[in-house]
Design a binder for this molecule. Sequence first.
Ligand code: NAD
Length: 371
Amino acid sequence: MIGGGHSSFIGIVHRIASYIGEEYKLVGGAFDTDHGRAIDFARSLELDTNRAYPNIDAFVSGETALPADERIEAVVVVTPNFLHYPMAKQLIEAGFHVICEKPVTNTAEEAIELEELVAKHNVVFALTHTYTGYPMVRQMKSMIANGIIGDIHKVDAQYYQGWINPVIHDKEKRKGVWRLDPAKAGQSCCMGDIGVHAFNMIEYTTGLKTEKVLADLNTLYEDNPLDIDGTAMLRLNNGIRGLVRASQIATSEENALQIAVYGSKGGLRWEQENPNYLYYLPEGGIQQVLKPGHDYNSEFAKVSTKMAPGHPEGIFDSMANLYSGAAKAIKGEDYIDGAFPTIRDGVRGMKFIEAVLASDKNGNSWTEIVD
Ligand SMILES: NC(=O)c1ccc[n+]([C@@H]2O[C@H](COP(=O)([O-])OP(=O)(O)OC[C@H]3O[C@@H](n4cnc5c(N)ncnc54)[C@H](O)[C@@H]3O)[C@@H](O)[C@H]2O)c1
């Protein structure tokens, strides 16, 4: 694991998720910018402190010097955004499988380069768009693919948070937030951090591709360089209309990610804060709530569920499903398409972010996403 030490927010989700399927064991890493803290962290987890490396260079040289059967096989990158690309590149080139946080890189060009390197070095690259692992998201994907809601008319994905509201109005407080610093966050705050999840959910559940976007972003203050709120209209394949709404100043909202897909025969709606419920709205029929663990679900949703019906599964389980999918790929076993997001999703996400930024900059004009 690179990053993810005691001070990290998402590291614990990865550690727990990686253990749930019993396919991974954390052995070492470069857990922190401070080596002393990294060693303390390794000690607290009863890891070999010799494998708590001071930085990624020492990690790569230390691990590649070991005999192949002792060497770490897969590396998780959970550092701030600007480090994903250089770290992933270094790891792929050294032959490690990579599990990486989003946004995958700072630019689409970098993501394309990683895609080429993944193919060249024949490694697995999993991108942790965490929400794609929920059983009922996978059920939604299966139902759409099976034509249950007919031809799609409209797709609407929202990701609303409120955590920047208490920070953004005070210049001093803003300085302490790396997500508001272009040197660390990259080109975007809101769209890069959460809008990209909503975008990924649209392409993941529907299998559609976004062809162009028209975006309107908001920084709230002129001296805040990055977007903290925005809306993007999407034109998907066959002229289908879609919407990504993202905000970090939706005051007091928590992690209100929702996706709704409406078709000629019905609609489906899923909300991350109640992830075990999938709302099925059949045309002319009674609205239904589908839940995990039941035989009526698709094979994909069923293999993504560990508990009996009524025992809630949450974000750790969702992330664990991505880890299990990646483990199958690493071991060369068969896995269901969509079992984990790949570098392809990373390229699509970066192209979306760049198109949204360009659209906003160019007077909110329609901007193509060329693949
Ligand atoms: N998939 C999701 O739902 C989700 C949720 C939250 C965060 N994230 C992503 O995870 C990444 C990390 O976010 P976070 O909120 O956990 O950040 P954080 O600031 O809480 O943690 C970052 C960690 O990286 C470490 N670090 C920084 N530079 C390093 C270096 N050079 N070498 C080794 N370690 C280093 C820090 O010490 C810290 O432990 C971001 O890219 C973010 O977008 C994804």
